[in-house]
Design a protein around this ligand. Structure first.
Ligand code: SF4
Length: 277
């Protein structure tokens, strides 16, 4: 069996930056609260909890004057304000690419555009972007969602950073006929595009791809989708013991890809486990 390791692989710059900030805060303060899971990877979350991280779901659960970590997906201005009112020290791990999408949405809203966010309405990053428009933006996931969208003078579009470019393009092309003025920002981050491109290459060069990443990671799910669309036999695993023996049978060249929230130590564990076979 030969392994072809995709590049880039694992932590993107935004997640690495956020985790570095969180680890430094854990060292300085001992106890840090995170609003929601700080990273979409359960194994990495377990490691951070062992260092003193505590997860809370809502700002109301934060103790007075505690230290709170904002994950790479960012949060809404409203939640930030509530944390400040509680006297919390804020460690802001919001990825600069997410900040860019938030700022573009805020700008469009302030300039009177009907704002459309392309993404998953339940995803925390999308909620943080929508929050920057005082909740006025509409969230859509496919061109079908905008087919019946009413015509407007000014429509502005931004995207969740982990979307596929094709989805954004198809939505923008439908909206083009619905606005006198359309302003669209491609806020998909390069780290996402590069990882999707890696999977396309692996699909062409290998007999199957193992994608490593958390089940709750959108960018990992997109890699799986891209691989399958390219006709590859894709196995999605969250940890080494999920490698399915029957999937490996009769495969001689296997590609390895990983989501932007998959830590290096976990990728190495998977590679070591495969090498030892
Ligand atoms: S995938 Fe992109 S936007 Fe998301 S954290 Fe990484 S660099 Fe930032």
């Amino acid at each position: 069996m030969r392994l072809v390791i995709g590049k880039p692989l694992g932590f993107c710059f935004g997640v690495k930056r956020a985790i570095d900030k969180l680890e430094a805060a854990l060292k300085d303060y001992g106890k840090v609260y995170a609003l929601g899971s700080p990273i979409h990877n359960e194994e990495e979350v377990k490691r951070l909890i062992s260092l003193g991280l505590e997860l809370v779901e809502a700002v109301e659960e934060l103790p007075q004057s505690s230290v709170v970590f904002i994950r790479a997906h960012g949060t809404t201005p409203e939640i930030l304000e509530k944390a400040r009112e509680k006297g919390c020290t804020i460690i802001d791990g919001t990825c600069p690419s997410v900040k860019n999408a938030q700022e573009k949405a805020r700008l469009l809203s302030q300039e009177g555009y009907e704002v459309i966010v392309v993404g998953d309405p339940k995803h925390p990053e999308v909620q943080s972007i929508k929050g920057c428009t005082a909740g006025r933006a509409s969230v859509v996931s496919s061109s079908k969602d905008v087919t019946d969208f009413p015509s407007k003078d000014k429509i502005g579009v931004v995207s969740q950073t982990t979307q596929e470019e094709g989805t954004l393009l198809s939505i923008v092309s439908v909206l083009l006929r619905k606005a006198r003025e359309l302003r669209a920002y491609n806020t998909i981050c390069k780290a996402t595009l590069h990882r999707q491109e890696t999977v396309r290459k692996l699909a062409a060069e290998t007999e199957g791809i193992i994608v490593i990443g958390g089940r709750n990671s959108t960018n990992t799910a997109k890699l799986v989708e891209v691989g399958k669309r390219e006709g590859s036999d894709v196995l999605w695993i969250a940890k080494p013991d999920e490698i399915d023996k029957s999937w490996l049978e009769n495969k001689h060249i296997i590609g390895i890809a990983a989501g932007a929230s998959t830590p290096d130590w976990l990728i190495n564990d998977v590679i070591n486990s495969l090498s030892s076979r």
